[in-house]
Design a protein around this ligand. Structure first.
Ligand SMILES: Nc1ncnc2c1ncn2[C@@H]1O[C@H](COP(=O)(O)OP(=O)(O)O)[C@@H](O)[C@H]1O
Ligand SMILES: [Mg+2]
Length: 218
């Protein structure tokens, strides 16, 4: 029994016994805020938005493929993805959006798995994946889904408060995301983020205790 366990843990993270929780939610629902609260408890955090940003920075691993697929107009003089230009393109061109995702999503998934291997000392890992409902890879990787949920008006007000976007722009993004009810259907656990930060911290503390006691049941 002991030998078998040793063999399975040495064969890679697919046999990892730690719980991996996928954290998702709409724009401005509070994913980053919740992840920071879990980090205070010692959870391992993987942030797919941060990975995507890193891949498309100057010298990032995705730049060569982006240049090949879209041309040098989409890469700045400094060698980073021209984010404003790409946003403009993919907002109106679904095929271009898909092409970009075909480049980025496999790279993000590989990086996430590499980071997972670096987080062996954590009791469990929270993977922040805004596109979890759309990502088969990530839904297979995680054993539980935690949805951060709040009223759409709260979401819109918070994003306006955090950025320079107008209400119409934020509502357009929300309308393109997975509908709230569909996202909630995937949830094993839900954090309700309509109240203040104290309420959020309390909910995170309860879930942390539960996750720390759980193991990957794969
Ligand atoms: N419970 C809360 N009370 C007040 N402000 C909040 C609360 N939760 C999140 N915020 C604020 O709302 C904005 C969006 O939250 P954030 O965690 O960045 O969302 P996401 O990562 O899901 O896009 C941030 O400015 C954050 O500080
Ligand atoms: Mg965020």
């Amino acid at each position: 029994m002991i030998l078998r366990q040793a063999a399975s843990t040495s064969s890679g993270q697919d046999q990892d016994r730690r719980l991996i929780v996928g954290l998702t939610g709409g724009i401005g629902s509070g994913k980053s805020t919740v992840a920071a609260l879990f980090a205070e408890h010692g959870a391992g955090i993987i942030d797919t938005d941060a990975i995507a940003h890193h891949l498309t920075q100057a010298g990032g691993e995705a730049i060569a493929a982006i240049r090949a697929a879209f041309g040098s107009d989409f890469v700045t003089d400094g060698g980073a993805l021209d984010r404003a230009r790409m946003r403009g393109l993919i907002f109106s061109d679904a095929a271009a959006k898909q092409r970009l995702e075909q480049i980025l999503h496999p790279m993000i998934f590989e990086q996430a798995k590499a980071q997972l291997r670096q987080l062996q000392d954590r009791p469990y890992v929270l993977a922040v994946v805004p596109l979890l409902p759309e990502s088969r890879n990530f839904r297979q990787l995680v054993q539980r889904v935690l949805v951060v949920d709040c009223d759409e008006n709260t979401q819109v007000a918070r994003v306006i408060g955090r950025s320079r976007m107008t209400e119409a722009e934020v509502r357009a993004i929300v309308a393109r995301q997975t509908p709230r009810a569909d996202r909630l259907k995937l949830a094993d656990d839900v954090i309700h983020n309509d109240a203040g930060l104290d309420s959020l911290a309390g909910q995170v503390a309860v879930l942390h205790e539960r996750y720390a006691k759980m193991q990957n049941s794969h």
